[in-house]
Design a protein around this ligand. Structure first.
Ligand code: CTP
Length: 437
């Protein structure tokens, strides 16, 4: 469990918390939303994670606005006022405003939901704020703050959300919550472990029932993937992963998954490696969550591909999971051979996703394997020859397939430290071209 986090103020201190804790520009935006609400005579609220985290003293910049009234019309007016663009989704009464600086603001008509089948996306119709909050996942996420100027900063708490924050409790709002939306199984654990909370006994019982009824199976791959990726992207996902193991959730998500001690230890090592790599190469894009996911796959044939299919992973994510699960162990064994020179390491790894190289560094028990992978990751994968085909043409050679081989030999020589200058690279390339005559 992560260290427990508890509220930093009481419900009536929200106006001060808003003023003191939010970045000034976000605070001003809240006031502007309220001002516009007043002008067009609708009641407007900030809801969701921003309110929860404000009370807990945790930074959160996600502005979610709920309008008692026509949310789409309000979003259009707000977008005009801010000079942003707006995308609307009329069937749901929702809109997203994108501001010139790139900030996204979600605006929604207060609505209620009707679930026609378990886990299906719900039908919605406009409703009161209370109903809107009641359809949500947990009491701690069903808090709202009023934004209209006369009531600015007043906390709206119909379901005991503040009490639950204060006692560190994750509690569903109604008994069928996990059936309506089984992603909440993973969300409950994510919030519980993120804040050092616990599930209320009733919530835990409902969650376990939802698991034994196999409701996770009803979710589409996309929804399961999205929720799992959020969990794996937590600042420290391990407590949540451990909790999922304890509740025997993994095989319910997919039979290829395991939360064994070995798997969790590998995630931990992978996290250390990701942190190490980020420190050295902060600009490299890595899909770390897919790397963690790969650590949780059982070492069985086709496990990676079957999981990728179930979760509808995109091409890159599936490539990572499959590379690690299908080739990781063999590559590790190959790298353990004493004789692997840098060019050989390069050739083993150059076409693999970077996440696999990170996995190898995380897995390597022998220091020398780790060193080889580190050299590849930080140095060799960026290395280029100084010479190009043009230089070979300038020497009078005719372009052809041998050029590729010659340049490749020059790169190998550079990787192995045998060619340190342009002239030395040229000499290696010439040798190949002459040898091929
Ligand atoms: N919500 C819900 N059920 C879900 C997803 C979301 O009830 N399956 C509601 C919750 O009220 C939540 C809000 O929608 O607070 C916003 O959702 P999201 O952005 O996913 O969550 P946050 O609470 O903002 O959490 P995080 O800090 O992880 O972004």
């Amino acid at each position: 469990m992560n260290p427990p986090i508890r509220p930093i103020g009481s419900p009536n201190q929200v106006p001060e918390l808003l003023r003191e804790r939010l970045p000034h520009c976000l605070y001003e935006q809240l006031r502007e939303v309220g001002g516009l609400g007043e002008a067009v005579q609708v009641t407007v609220f900030a809801v969701g994670g921003l309110v929860r985290d404000l009370l807990l003293g945790v930074p959160n910049l996600d502005l979610d606005v709920v309008v008692e009234g026509d949310g789409i019309a309000f979003a259009r007016q707000l977008a005009r006022f801010w000079g942003g663009t707006v995308t609307v989704h009329p069937p749901f009464g929702t809109a997203v405003i994108i501001l010139p600086g790139g900030q996204h603001v979600d605006v929604a008509t207060a609505r209620t939901e009707v679930y026609e089948r378990p886990a299906a996306l719900p039908q919605t119709r406009p409703a009161s704020l209370r109903e809107d909050l009641f359809r949500r996942d947990f009491t701690i996420n069903a808090l709202a703050v009023q934004l209209n100027p006369s009531q600015f900063g007043q906390l709206v708490d119909f379901f005991g959300g503040w009490e639950d924050l204060a006692s560190g409790t994750v509690r569903v709002l109604h008994p069928l919550s996990f059936r309506d939306d089984p992603t909440r199984i993973l969300r409950a654990v994510r919030f519980e472990q993120r804040y050092g909370f616990h599930l209320s006994p009733d919530t835990e019982q409902r969650l376990r029932e939802a698991l034994s009824n196999d409701w996770l199976n009803l979710l589409t791959g996309e929804r399961l993937r999205d929720e799992l990726s959020l969990l794996l992207q937590e600042a420290n996902p391990l407590p949540a992963l451990r909790r999922l193991t304890e509740m025997q959730v993994w095989p319910r998500i997919h039979p290829a998954l395991t939360g064994s001690e070995t798997a969790l230890a590998q995630v931990e090592r992978m996290r250390e490696t990701v942190a190490w790599f980020r420190e050295h190469r902060p600009d490299e894009a890595i899909v770390e969550w897919a790397g963690y996911l790969a650590c949780l796959v059982q070492p069985k044939p086709a496990a990676g591909s079957s999981l990728s299919d179930r979760l509808r992973l995109n091409q890159k994510e599936a490539h990572i999971v499959r590379a690690v699960t299908e080739r990781g162990a063999d590559l590790l064994a190959a790298l353990e051979l004493e004789t692997r020179r840098p060019a050989e390491v390069y050739e083993l790894l150059e076409r693999e996703p970077i996440e696999l190289a990170l996995w190898l560094r995380a897995s390597a028990s022998a220091g020398q394997v780790r060193k080889k992978v580190e050299r590849f990751l930080l140095h060799d994968r960026y290395l280029r020859t100084e010479i190009s085909g043009k230089d070979l043409i300038a020497l009078g050679y005719r372009p052809g397939p041998a050029f590729g081989e010659a340049l490749r030999a020059a790169l190998r020589a550079r990787l192995n430290g045998e060619a340190k200058t342009r002239a030395e690279e040229l000499a290696v390339a010439r040798q190949v071209l002459e040898g091929g005559k």
